[in-house]
Design a protein around this ligand. Structure first.
Ligand code: SPV
Ligand code: MG
Length: 578
């Protein structure tokens, strides 16, 4: 059980009505069990639109008959009884504070419907939608199914009986008109709307399985006129499964006030399950299926297990995030300035490069620091830092250096190249990122003229700027598509600065991929001459190719790579001034 639900039925029930009073489009997502309730209920994206923060989430959940039945392996024909539906409803309500709209199918006869209303209202459900078909109904989306509509007067009487048994003013009964589904014209739908509104219904859902929304739009317009004629204000609901090319704004403009994404979480889960099952059968192991699956830890987090663990461990025991600084290579360019010392020992305005990195990390409470030394390892030192050695550094595998510190990776870690200086807040911002693998990437690369010389780690981001409809840039959408020093500079959108964060899951994925590559591959590998000489960027590209999501955190200043004598001069001057 999660501890996400912190709300009593009476506090939840009125939330939908309150949302309707806000007079904006209400966005609803389907849920069919506790887990999908958690996913839909907690889905959230944050971003910026013209400097203003924007947050999007779903306003309410739809307990769908189609997806509740399907998740039990049954067709959507009112074969799942109301008690079973109520169990699912309670399961979902237990894990979210969002209001819920229940798909009541036909509602049964008027007596059945009274029980339904009474039980749903007590449970804290905000609305029930019943459809004007004859029991047992057939799902509306499949073509060629015979659909029998209920006599409108009989249905109106069911609405009256339902309205009469509810105890609060918070609970809504919405009538779903199936005229278009059964092949009847606009006049039939409108005449039904009039009858149901006069019977006291709280809103109308108009359903259609057509991709073409013309009939719906005609209904919406006439419905607006009908409301004016009757002096009513009752929301119009739609389920844009087939006409899903229309945006929320477009539907809102036509007068729809509630929009239900009625089956998407179940369809997403079904497709993933099929793909993963096939991938396991094909490969006779599950490694290849891993990128198609959520990490176990994400599930633990979603269902509250990590909260339980944290409580068990008591506050403050969560442990420091380890930092690994691979610093084994010998620097050819700065050699004359180093007098046989490793580059991390370079003096910068009176302190070594490594000391400066350690100070930035310490400002961010990162004190578990491991440096992997190689060249002149006996000269590597910094206070409070553990030094490991890559004896094989001359063979030049940066990944090998990193892996020397693999014991430090298991709880997640930060990797920092040994030759960058950066402002403290960049590390702080990276620590706030929740994604499993996050590289810090500078976006000014696109505007620099590439000077050659030192190989830069270029990044090509997955989602390119699309000026048309989407103007908001969401942090979670920054995904790396390609990475490497040999990418054509003109294609690069960013430069990897040499700082990355791996969650525990991300670290596990990195270690598993590295192990698989080094054990099972030979010869050239991405940009490396040989798999034994892998760079960090090679393994990241391999992970992307395997389907793992590699995010980047975008910056545009606040860091410097000490690569040439000029960089050193610049930073010395700057630090002496400051
Ligand atoms: C459901 O989600 O169960 C619905 C909507 O009733 S539909 O499947 O489109 O009929
Ligand atoms: Mg249904």
């Amino acid at each position: 059980m999660t501890l996400l639900n912190n709300i009593l039925p009476e506090a939840r029930r009125g939330k939908l009505k309150a949302l309707l009073r806000e007079n904006r489009l209400i966005r609803v997502i389907e849920a069919h069990n506790g887990l999908s309730g958690i996913v839909g209920g907690s889905a959230r994206i944050e971003g910026e639109d013209k400097g203003q923060p924007v947050i999007r989430e779903f306003d309410a959940l739809w307990e769908s008959s189609l997806t509740d039945s399907a998740s039990k392996g049954h067709p959507d024909i009112e074969v799942v009884g109301f008690d079973s539906r109520l169990t699912t409803i309670q399961e979902i309500l237990a894990v979210t504070e969002k209001p819920m709209i229940v798909d009541g199918d036909t509602g049964g006869d008027a007596n059945n419907f009274e029980y339904m209303v009474s039980k749903l209202e007590r449970a804290g459900v905000s609305a029930v939608i019943i459809e004007d078909k004859v029991f047992p109904k057939r799902n509306s989306l499949e073509a060629g199914v015979s659909q029998t509509l209920q006599d409108p007067e009989v249905f109106a009487q069911k609405i009256r009986r339902g309205k009469a048994v509810q105890l609060t003013g918070d609970f809504l009964i919405i009538a779903r008109i199936e005229s278009f589904i059964a092949g009847f014209p606009l006049e039939d739908a409108l005449s039904r709307a009039r009858t149901y509104l006069q019977a006291g219904v709280d809103g109308i859902m108009i359903h259609s399985k057509s991709k073409n929304p013309d009939e719906l739009f005609r209904f919406a317009e006439a419905y607006g006129d009908l409301l004016t004629e009757l002096g009513l204000d009752k929301p119009l609901v739609c389920v844009p499964t087939t006409y899903n090319h229309l945006t929320e704004d477009e539907l809102a403009q036509k007068g729809f006030r509630v929009l239900i994404y009625a089956n998407h979480l179940l369809r997403a889960a079904y497709q993933s399950m099929v793909e993963v099952s096939r991938a396991i059968l094909l490969n006779q192991r599950s490694l290849e299926a891993d990128p198609l699956c959520a990490p176990v830890r994400d599930i633990f987090r979603a269902v509250g297990f990590l909260d339980v663990k944290e409580k068990d461990q008591r506050e403050g025991q969560a442990g420091n995030i380890a930092v690994i600084i691979p610093a084994a290579g010998e620097d050819e360019v700065l050699k004359p300035l180093l007098n046989g010392r490793p580059k991390a020992m370079l003096d910068i305005a009176g302190r070594t490069l490594l000391d400066r990195q350690v100070a930035s990390l310490a400002t961010n409470h990162l004190n578990d620091i491991t440096v992997v030394a190689g060249y002149a390892s006996d000269q590597m030192r910094a206070e409070g830092v553990a030094i490991l050695e890559n004896k094989d550094y001359e063979n030049g595998s940066m990944m090998h250096s990193l892996m020397v510190a693999r014991d430090k990776m298991h709880n997640g870690f930060l990797m920092l190249y040994a030759d960058i200086l950066l402002e403290d807040h960049i590390i702080g911002k990276l620590l706030d990122c929740r994604e499993d693998i996050v590289l810090v990437a500078d976006n000014t690369t696109q505007y620099h003229k590439y000077e050659g010389g030192k190989a830069l780690d270029f990044i090509v981001s997955k989602r390119k700027h699309r000026p048309s409809r989407r103007r908001i840039s969401f942090a979670g959408e920054h995904l790396v598509e390609r990475i490497g020093a040999n990418l054509p500079p003109e294609t690069a959108t960013h430069e990897f600065i040499g700082l990355a964060r791996f969650s525990r899951t991300g670290a596990e994925q990195l270690m598993a991929t590295y192990q698989d590559c080094t054990e099972n591959f030979q010869g050239r590998f991405h940009e490396a001459d040989d798999v034994s000489r892998l760079n960090f960027t090679d393994i990241i590209q391999e992970m992307i190719d395997r389907g793992f999501r590699v995010h980047f955190m975008e910056i545009h200043q606040g860091w410097l790579e000490i690569h040439r004598g000029e960089d050193l001069k610049l930073v010395n001057e700057f630090l002496q001034l400051s």
